[in-house]
Design a protein around this ligand. Structure first.
Ligand SMILES: C[S@@+](CC[C@H](N)C(=O)[O-])C[C@H]1O[C@@H](n2cnc3c(N)ncnc32)[C@H](O)[C@@H]1O
Length: 262
């Protein structure tokens, strides 16, 4: 399929409230990338949050760095981000911009010291994935940390078989394997990546890979909002012990790399 930005914008405008709720709830898919962001973020960092959604990651980062710029394609999502950022008292530190991360022409080369693109945004870019990674690397300083994620091919297929009608998912799984894509909403398709494909794109764009992780590896669902509150931290800590094991990479629904611009 070819990338249609207007279809992605429309889909996210329609599910903006749901997306905002998901970003605020506990899930390994949200928390694990956040733990890696905390591990690498420095107080002096100027951050780009590409496809930043309703701003929950941006708020977390703004509390520990100099400045965050959040770019997102959906005006409705950005309205919610503005409210969240205002409620957090961080309007001075977070800049919100509507835009398509496939073209970051509004930013100079080497403008940011930390670049985040997590939560599957890259997967929506389809054939523009390589161009998008090149743009994310272009706006990063030499030595900058980049945390770039996508939907994992194996993780997605494994998840299909964990649906209640698993026996009916075989044809879909074969199709997903062959096409590397799945349909996320009307007119919206997402590109699934293997570990090698994602790392190759980053290396070709001039990065070295520092760490690779995928999540969730311990549980099949990517939604754990009903998991008992008092056990959430323990579950997250255990997941953090597994999520980088080479034998499990790609197994989780979300796959991400921590990379450094060389
Ligand atoms: C699943 S959400 C992830 C939000 C956030 N990064 C997180 O991890 O919680 C994907 C976000 O990417 C945005 N998006 C999708 N395609 C985009 C594009 N080409 N440029 C900018 N934002 C995009 C959507 O509007 C949505 O807010």
């Amino acid at each position: 399929m070819t990338y249609k930005p207007e279809a992605v914008r429309k889909a996210y405008d329609e599910i903006a409230e749901k997306e905002d709720k998901f970003e605020k709830e506990f899930s390994l898919r949200n928390q694990v990338p956040r733990e890696f962001i905390k591990k690498y973020l420095k107080p002096s960092d100027n951050v780009l949050d590409a496809g930043g959604g309703s701003g929950i990651n941006a708020i977390m980062m703004a509390r520990g760095c100099k400045r965050v710029t959040l770019v997102d394609i959906s005006p409705k999502i950005l309205e919610l981000a503005a409210t969240n950022i205002q409620e957090a008292g961080l309007t001075e530190k977070i800049n919100i911009m509507e835009g398509n991360i496939a073209d970051l022409g509004q930013f100079r080369e080497a403008e940011f010291s930390f670049v985040v693109c997590v939560g599957g945004t890259l997967s929506y870019l389809l054939e523009k994935g390589q161009q998008t990674i090149q743009e994310l690397v272009r706006v990063a300083k030499r030595g900058a940390t980049l945390i770039i994620g996508c939907d994992s091919k194996f993780g997605f297929v494994r998840w299909l078989f964990n649906q209640s009608d698993a026996e009916n998912q075989l044809e879909s799984a074969i199709e997903v394997y062959d096409t590397n894509e799945y349909q996320a909403a009307e007119g919206v398709f997402a590109r699934l990546y293997t570990v090698n494909e994602l790392t190759r794109l980053l290396e070709d764009a001039g990065c070295e890979i520092i760490e690779i992780a995928s999540t969730p590896t311990l549980v099949d669902s990517w939604e754990q909002s009903s998991y008992p509150k008092e056990k959430q931290r323990k579950l997250l800590d255990l997941e953090l012990k597994f999520c980088c094991l080479p034998e499990l990479l790609g197994m989780g629904h979300h796959l991400f790399c921590i990379a450094r611009k060389m």
